[in-house]
Design a protein around this ligand. Structure first.
Ligand SMILES: *Cc1c(COP(=O)(O)O)cnc(C)c1O
Length: 398
């Protein structure tokens, strides 16, 4: 008898969480590690949001709520889409879940079947391929190029389409590259989705974390036909420094959202009641703290990109959004340290952790081996020190 299901056996833990665990355990042994591994803002959740949760506890708002979220949370989500994206959704077209990841998971369970193909542009967020596979569909990885700003070319997208194509995943701004699609690029993708009749899953979790006045456009807002074929995955985690609160949300056609709600009703039930109240405040309350965080991220981005590009043999795309850089270290592969050859992103990340005491996430985890992912959701002081360590350690490779 097999103890584990084939599904479970094929899964490994999220690599980003694993790297952070390793860095923390070195820290616990007294080793000073600088971590670029974090997938979350280093800021505290804004006070007004925390206060809303405290109030909810004190008022006894601590019981089950409707599965897909309270009416006030659904309305806050609806208002957000109206205000920011010009999109009008009804309560039956939005659903709150236990994080954006959970929203995506429910969606995959709701629309994918065995044999379906789901186009996942690489570099991709680590959790897309496993969540697609858990829904028994096939992730079809389509590579993008650094010189194209890590964006899917229409030519490559067209080549990947088959009669089995059920959906395309777009994550703009992107984790791990920070690239983002322009309105014109999204229009081309939308036209293709409508003419070839596939769904677009638009992960817009980094919508608010953008630089240089870039205007994020939701592909769902580009017309009625594409709106009918788009499900937006979103959440409060990144914008409001609320990763631990576990509130994400989705918006899309009623038929799909209702299926997602059924899945949620038989698995997790509602997301946490008090976190829902906090999220109502996050989405509807003052937004000044978001602007402050984005200003700090932008300053760090400018610094980190500049320094990385000054390291011989390293190139780094300048992100438009999110809080990661995805530098290319390929020219160092094949070099050695103390007789040990470094041949890929995992070995280079190990080298950085062991020798430079710097934690980064190997690009291979995002489907792009020449690269490493560095999060700049950490202090400018740590960024400076960490980059000096990386720079020095690279000099020791020959
Ligand atoms: C962080 C993240 C999410 C969702 O995070 P939750 O904590 O589950 O809300 C979704 N997509 C991407 C690309 C992310 O980086």
């Amino acid at each position: 008898m097999n103890v584990l299901s084939n599904r479970a056996k094929s899964l490994k833990p999220s690599p980003t969480l694993a790297i952070n665990a390793r860095a923390k355990s070195m820290q616990a042994q007294g080793i000073h590690v600088i971590s670029f591994g974090a997938g979350e803002p280093d800021f505290d959740t804004p006070r007004n949001i925390k206060a809303a949760a405290v109030k909810a506890i004190e008022e006894g708002f601590t019981k089950y709520t409707p599965v897909g979220g309270t009416e006030d949370l659904k309305d806050a989500i609806i208002n957000k889409f109206q205000r920011d994206n010009g999109l009008t959704y009804k309560r039956s077209e939005v659903l709150a879940s236990c994080g954006g990841k959970h929203s995506f998971y429910n969606l995959a369970q709701a629309i994918f079947d065995e044999g379906d193909e789901v186009i996942v542009p690489a570099p991709y967020w680590v959790s897309y391929p496993p969540m697609v596979a858990l829904a028994r569909a096939d992730p079809i990885i389509v590579e993008t190029k650094e010189e194209n700003g890590f964006k899917l070319s229409m030519e490559d997208l067209k080549k990947a389409l088959t009669p089995k194509t059920k959906a395309l995943i777009i994550n703009s701004p992107s984790n791990p590259t920070g690239s983002a699609y322009s309105k014109k690029e999204l229009e081309e993708i939308a036209d293709l989705a409508v003419s070839k009749n596939f769904f677009v899953i638009s992960d817009e979790i980094y919508e608010k974390i953008v630089y240089d006045h870039f205007k994020v456009v939701s592909i769902a807002s580009l017309g009625e036909e594409i709106r009918k074929r788009t499900v937006i995955v979103h959440g409060v985690a990144k914008t409001y420094a609320m990763t631990g609160w576990r509130i994400g949300y989705a918006a899309g056609p009623e038929e799909i959202v209702s299926a997602m709600s059924n899945i949620q009703s038989q698995s997790t039930s509602n997301p946490t009641s008090i976190a829902q109240k906090a999220s109502v405040e996050a989405l509807g309350g003052p937004q000044e703290d978001v602007a402050k965080m984005v200003t700090a991220f932008e300053q760090r981005r400018n610094y980190i990109v500049d320094r990385l590009n000054k390291i011989p043999g390293v190139s780094c795309f300048k992100p438009i959004g999110a809080f990661y850089v995805f530098p290319n270290f390929f020219s160092y592969y094949g070099k050695s340290y103390q007789g040990k050859k470094i041949t890929n992103s995992t070995e280079l990340a190990d080298y950085f952790l062991e020798v430079a005491r710097v934690a980064v996430v190997p690009g291979i985890e995002f489907g792009a081996d020449p690269f490493e992912r560095l999060s700049y959701a950490t202090s400018l002081e740590d960024i400076k020190e960490g980059l000096t360590r990386i720079e020095e350690s690279l000099k020791n490779l020959a």
